[in-house]
Write a protein that binds this ligand. Structure first.
Ligand SMILES: C[S@@+](CC[C@H](N)C(=O)[O-])C[C@H]1O[C@@H](n2cnc3c(N)ncnc32)[C@H](O)[C@@H]1O
Length: 205
């Protein structure tokens, strides 16, 4: 990973978000890290929180024990979510369809982290088919998209998906676009939730 100033800032934001949610979770962590990359986030958090189990997953495995998998809405159906109390979706892009599949299967008290990186810049922004459909926009429609619309639809999708849970804590940071040319960073939103099924008891490790 490229350690320029902006990457360090985004790592700092991701860590800050996770610390606040994990402090509220207050249990030994059993982490499913679905876009694990070099594992920087969880290497750092492992110095501060007890990690009882860590399962990294990445299409390009870079960590020992990493499960090589193309994470998508279908493949994530194979994970037994009862084994985890943390799910990390630190993708560069739009992983709302993956979150939709996972959210239907979460039964126990779980901390969830989502990095929503908007795809595109200039006049070439892209709205995923999934987010279009989830927003009631026909797939065939070509609609001009921009940072504001992608953020609005993402926020609305999150709020809708959380209605099926009791939400103990929810945090949200926005990072606007920054830089120019090759140093350009797409806008990115960071979400953290601590959720459980209404009426379900917390599962002890
Ligand atoms: C932002 S990086 C993750 C950084 C990581 N959380 C860390 O702390 O170092 C995103 C990762 O997602 C992986 N990735 C992208 N698309 C994927 C997919 N469909 N399935 C699995 N991994 C994917 C990339 O290989 C990359 O390592």
């Amino acid at each position: 990973m490229n350690h320029n100033k902006s990457d360090s800032q985004s790592l700092a934001s991701k860590l800050q978000l996770r610390r606040q949610i994990l402090a509220a979770l207050s249990e030994p962590l059993r982490v499913l890290d679905l876009y694990s990359g070099a594992g920087e986030i969880w290497k750092a958090l492992g110095k501060e929180f007890p990690i009882a189990a860590y399962t990294p997953v990445d299409v390009k495995p870079r960590l020992p024990g990493c499960i090589p998998l193309n994470v998508d809405a279908r493949s994530v159906g194979a994970f037994d979510l009862a084994r985890f109390n943390v799910i990390d979706l630190d993708s560069y892009g739009d992983c709302w369809e993956v979150w939709d599949t996972l959210s239907r299967r979460i039964q126990t008290r779980t901390a969830v982290f989502v990095t929503y990186g908007f795809q595109g810049k200039g006049s070439n922004w892209s709205l995923s088919y999934f987010l279009k459909t989830a927003s009631g926009i026909p797939k065939s429609w070509h609609i001009p998209t921009n940072e504001k619309l992608l953020r609005f639809l993402g926020e609305r999708f999150v709020v809708n998906s959380l209605t099926q849970f009791s939400t103990e804590k929810a945090l949200y940071f926005q990072r606007p676009a920054s830089g120019f040319g090759s140093a350009h960073h797409t806008p990115t939103d960071y979400y953290g939730f601590l959720i459980s099924r209404p009426g379900a008891r917390s599962q002890e490790a």
